[in-house]
Design a protein. Sequence first.
Length: 296
Amino acid sequence: MSTIGFIGLGNMGAHMARNLIKAGHSLKVFDLNEEAVRYVAQSGATAAETAADAATNVEYLVTMLPVGANVRSVFIDAGVIAAASSGTVMIDSSTIDIETARAMHEAAKEAGFPFLDAPVSGGVMGAEAGTLTFMCGGDAATFAKARPILEGMGKNIVLCGGAGQGQVTKICNNMVAGINMLAVAEAFVMGEALGVDRKTLYNVLSTSTANSFLLENVNPMPGVLPNSSSTNGFKPGFAAKLMLKDLRLSQMASQTAGTATPLGAAATAAYSMLISQGDGDLDMTAIIKLIKPDIS
């Protein structure tokens, strides 16, 4: 088993760290939220005093942070790269902009460290169950070294290409998810307004060409699925404000690529409106409230 430093113990990171402990690894963890550190320490992790401390004397370093600026701050300003021991494999599972991901690859390479950008899909439920998908960018040798660690947190581990290609893949995934969630919400509100029961709609759409993972597993219509966030007061599994962050990343990526993403732009605008009305901390399924504010 391996020694691992883990920085970023939010809704996803805390469960990911706990799963690594369950897999038998020895963890040293850090987060600005002391309560989050205590939560993971209860499972057997050692609390690090600083981010740099978490990166010292470990074989692997995993980061799970909100945005690219946080990743730059941790690796550069907080001295993580400078403090890391020789040979430490660095794995960033944050969902961030492609430019920052590639810059972190370069900074790590210049300091002599293997680096992998490895954003995830699967939400809080996937993080808790250890069934996440990891979309990895980096060289094959680093991917092979990191794979046993990633397997402690996920079930689908994919090398998508070189530096930054994990982020490219994740951004494409979440753009589709944002578009799909908006489309499902529109269809269910329209169908019910025209007299079709919401559960009847679900039974038909989930067995027809309209079916999707989101429709079938995290449906935005309250009362359709008992475990969906929409049925439970839109309690966040994946917050709407995080979906907006990822959709904005998709629009930045489309400009870089020079490709048209009209549906991605529409979803970005819709989630921006949802957040502007104060619903950013609700689950992404709350996009249905933009279409029917009094939904229940």
